[in-house]
Design a protein around this ligand. Structure first.
Ligand code: NAD
Ligand code: TYD
Length: 353
């Protein structure tokens, strides 16, 4: 079968990547989606079990830092586009092991850019290098104001500095070599399939097990939360209609201090688990603050709304309820993540075929 487009999605076995892959595979049967992922601790192919036998889906277990293998994938599938999500993505891990973040996020992105250049040569018609990034590159806000696409970069954690570096490299390849690049910077995502090291899934699973809820500092830090499928929709739209060379900020227009969010989560969990009011709240435990903890992120997403007609569609109440319901209905997913059993899935599914 000849496909209209051959799109590499890096990090497609991760949280956001798996939602993007599912959306593209199901909406565009005339596109071939090549999921390129190393399957680090954060990559879980079980996230894609429902679409893995689709004719327009392939999986390649490849490290984005491996020039030879990435080059092979570009050539083998005649890839005309790349949507790049693969990254080390957790701030706390970046504080413990910053060099892993430089390697994957900076060196890996540079390698992908170079491989795209080599594969595409002068023939850039219809080509697209779409880099998925974070609002954390802009640094930290006080009580007022919003990040716009013009806000100067001021990253403060090894994670955000590595993502900022990768954004700069993408723009530099666009500017210097004319590579057709586009970037989006998004706020905090939540939803099904998020690895339970991030705030919402960690706290959901701790509440289920009646374990302490470790709130960093005073819990006053503010984040803007977006339901993951709304992000996947924005990525689809930017991929198809975004202007090359441009940057789009994506946000949920949904700011919460951590402690306010946690209290809502506790109330919803008590109701869903049939526990008495206040039971989960009692698990809240204030712990030492994260080093260099950014105070507030908030996105002005007027540009993507005006230029592409996107806006977040899920209310926080609805999104949080859907997220909780998913985790409560899939305890085996959490269990397999926790025990590492999910990592055997690849062997089982792919190596003996
Ligand atoms: P994630 O940690 O859930 O998934 C990352 C994926 O990348 C995993 O499947 C992992 O196996 C893969 N990967 C890691 N290193 C790799 C390598 N060397 N080669 C190939 N694959 C590799 O991350 P996520 O939360 O889904 O985030 C995806 C992207 O979106 C990241 O680039 C992140 O910076 C960005 N982002 C995330 C958020 C958020 O709230 N989670 C918000 C804005 C932007
Ligand atoms: P996180 O989900 O790690 O995302 P990010 O750091 O990229 O925003 O954390 C969201 C917020 O929750 C952040 O302010 C740190 C805080 N937090 C806690 O208070 N306790 C925790 O155990 C975690 C993981 C996060």
């Amino acid at each position: 079968m000849v496909f209209e487009r051959n799109i590499i999605v890096t990090g497609g076995a991760g949280f956001i990547g798996s939602h993007v892959v599912r959306r593209l595979v199901s909406r565009y049967p005339h596109y071939r989606i090549i999921n390129l992922d190393l399957l680090t601790y954060a990559g879980n192919l079980e996230n894609l079990a429902d679409i893995e036998s689709s004719d327009n889906y392939v999986f390649e277990k490849v490290d984005i830092c491996d020039a030879k293998e990435v080059g092979r994938v570009f050539d083998q599938y005649d890839a005309d586009s790349i949507i790049h999500l693969a990254a080390e993505s957790h701030v706390d891990r970046s504080i413990l092991d910053p060099l892993a973040f430089i390697n994957t996020n900076v060196v890996g992105t540079a390698n992908l850019l170079q491989c795209a250049r080599m594969a595409w040569g002068e023939n850039l018609e219809g080509k697209r290098f779409y880099h998925v990034s974070t609002d954390e590159v802009y640094g930290s806000l006080g009580d007022e104001g919003f990040f716009t696409e013009e806000t100067s970069y001021d990253p403060k954690s090894p994670y955000s500095a590595s993502k900022a570096s990768s954004d700069h490299l993408v723009r530099a390849f666009g500017h210097t070599y004319g590579l057709p690049v586009v970037i989006s910077n998004c706020s905090n995502n939540y939803g099904p399939h998020q690895f339970p090291e991030k705030l919402i899934p960690l706290f959901i699973s701790n509440i289920v097990e009646k374990k302490p809820l470790p709130v960093y500092g005073k819990g006053e830090n503010v984040r803007d939360w977006l339901y993951v499928e709304d992000h996947a929709e924005a990525i689809d739209l930017i991929f198809h209609e975004g202007k090359m060379g441009e940057t789009y900020n994506i946000g949920g227009e949904n700011e919460w201090s951590n402690i306010a969010l946690i209290k809502v989560l506790c109330t919803q969990m008590d109701q869903k688990l049939g526990r008495s009011a206040g039971e989960s709240n009692a698990l809240i435990t204030y712990v030492k603050d994260r080093a260099g903890h950014d105070f507030r992120y908030a996105i002005d997403c007027a540009k993507i709304k005006d230029a592409l007609g996107w806006s977040p569609s899920m209310t926080f109440e609805e999104g949080l309820a859907k997220t909780i319901d998913w985790y409560l209905s899939n305890p085996e997913w959490i269990e397999r993540v926790r025990t590492g059993a999910y990592q055997a899935y690849y062997e089982q599914q792919y190596t003996h075929r």
